[in-house]
Design a binder for this molecule. Structure first.
Ligand code: NAD
Length: 456
């Protein structure tokens, strides 16, 4: 049985559904395989119309979906509404994809004839998703997979089951074309064991296991995993603006974005004014109104305990809390947005993703040291650079390992039509979003056409 609870009111059971087990997932894959032929045969116009209709249905239920996101995963309402809008935009964007060229024509190296490349769908795309963007991530995987003619079986995170079920219901695609299988690790592993192409987003440990299982079967796989994201603030930055961006990147949605900032690196003279401005901004977010409007709760009790234990152990090891540091005494899984300084180098808060509204503040003598500290992780997803000097920002962007570099902007935040992925251990395989993911969900083949009667 799969259950999900409201993180702001844990007595509120959002959904309770049967999980089908590995056998049920295998059956869903077979039904999807049967449905895929008809889905592909709809052709470009038919699939485009179906995706456009899905976008309209989701848009027409924006209020309901916003409330469901807030209730099921505790996302602040403004961000939840933004996610619904982004979800609609992604369906519309990929509704155009069926009309894009499916291949190229080349001259043969010698003689008569035509060489064609053509892309075609794999069959059944198996998608395994996390809870933190309960509509947008399932959509940015499912919509491109569907656009190019695959059927989809999607296993959402248990914590976001109701959102995924409602999304698929509203999308209203033909039977078997988009199936949600509620479940946990067993169902996820079964999907990875049976689908023809796999796309995963979630934590690093699970992502590596998914990649190993899929590559072991020889099926294509992409995996987007956790980030240990840094922000570099140069002395010439607009410190007030940087502090506002960083507070949003640390505490927005309780730091539960893969692109959230967890390490703030202040270069030289930026340290003191930034420490003060950022501590003030984060303390402001702990006030009752801002807490629910900007931060919200973390997803569940174990997440909260992991955060408070880590903060306590850092303080015991000599760190100081410049802001926050404690659980908030109210219903739900709320913790104060927290900024710590003097956290020892080997402490897990500097080396692991905690997925909460907590960041460490680190000094760097100069930009070289800041870049070395930012790059000192295997989870290089997104780094922000804050400076008024474009040359410095561009030079830093060139030397940072991260899959995404954002200048004078929070590390969190992505455009849905650009390649999205981490570097080093944070991402595996093809980029998500944009053209890259359409290529990922199709296999390319080469066709040689010679005039009839061409001698060997
Ligand atoms: P998670 O790894 O616990 O779960 C992700 C999904 O994998 C869930 O659907 C889960 O049920 C499933 N799963 C668990 N064990 C499995 C197994 N053995 N085989 C197959 N599937 C299995 O992650 P989460 O807690 O849901 O999400 C938070 C994590 O996701 C964070 O680490 C965050 O950084 C990451 N994330 C990354 C991105 C990105 O694009 N890089 C985006 C959002 C979230």
């Amino acid at each position: 049985m799969i259950t999900s609870y409201n993180p702001a009111d844990p007595s509120d059971l959002v959904v309770e559904v049967e999980s089908p087990g590995a056998a049920g997932v295998a059956a869903a894959i077979e039904r999807a395989r049967a449905a895929q032929t008809g889905w592909r045969a709809l052709g470009a116009a038919g699939r485009s119309a179906a995706l456009t209709k899905a976008a309209a249905a989701i848009e027409a239920h924006a209020d309901e979906l916003t409330e469901l996101i807030v209730r099921e995963v505790g996302k602040p309402a403004v961000e939840a509404r933004g996610e619904v809008g982004r979800t609609v935009a992604i369906w519309r964007y990929y509704a155009q994809a069926p009309f894009a060229p499916a291949g190229e024509v080349h001259e043969p190296a010698a003689g008569e004839g035509l060489l064609l490349t053509r892309r075609r769908p794999y069959g059944v795309a198996g998608l395994v998703t996390p809870w933190n963007f309960p509509l947008a991530i399932p959509t940015w995987k499912a919509a491109p997979a569907l656009a190019v003619g695959n059927a989809v079986v999607l296993k959402p995170a248990p914590e976001a089951t109701a959102c995924a079920l409602r999304l698929a219901e509203l999308a209203g695609l033909p039977e078997g074309v988009l199936t949600i299988v509620p479940g946990g690790a067993e169902e996820g592993a079964a999907l990875v064991a049976g689908a023809d192409v796999i796309s995963f987003t979630g934590s690093t440990g699970v992502g590596r296991a998914v990649v190993a299982a899929a590559t072991g079967r020889g099926v294509p796989v992409q995996a987007e995993m956790g980030g240990l994201n840094a922000a570099i603030v140069l002395p010439d930055a607009d410190i007030a603006q940087a502090a506002a961006h960083l507070a949003a990147a640390i505490a927005g949605y309780a730091g539960q974005k893969c692109t959230a900032t967890s390490r703030v690196i202040a270069v030289g003279d930026a340290y003191e004014p930034l420490a003060e401005a950022l501590a003030k901004a984060l303390t402001g977010i702990a006030a009752p109104g801002a807490l629910t409007d900007v931060c919200g709760p973390v997803i569940n009790e174990p997440a909260l305990e992991r955060l408070t234990t880590a903060i306590d152990s850092a303080v015991e090891a000599g760190a100081t809390a410049l802001a926050g540091g404690r659980r908030i005494d109210r219903d739900g899984w709320f913790i104060e947005p927290t900024l710590l300084e003097q956290v020892p180098a080997e402490h897990p808060l500097r080396t692991e993703e905690f997925f909460g509204p907590v960041a460490v503040l680190l000094p760097a003598a100069d930009l070289d040291e800041a870049i070395a500290v930012a790059n000192d992780t295997a989870q290089s997803l997104s780094t922000s650079v804050h400076s008024r000097d474009l040359d410095t920002a561009l030079a830093a962007a060139d030397r940072l390992d991260a899959g995404m570099v954002r200048v004078n902007a929070p590390s969190s935040g992505v455009d849905f039509h650009l390649p999205f992925s981490g570097a080093k251990g944070a991402g595996y395989g093809a980029r998500e979003q944009g053209q890259a993911v359409l290529d990922f969900f199709t296999a390319q083949r080469t066709v040689t056409l010679l005039p009839a009667g061409t001698p060997r």
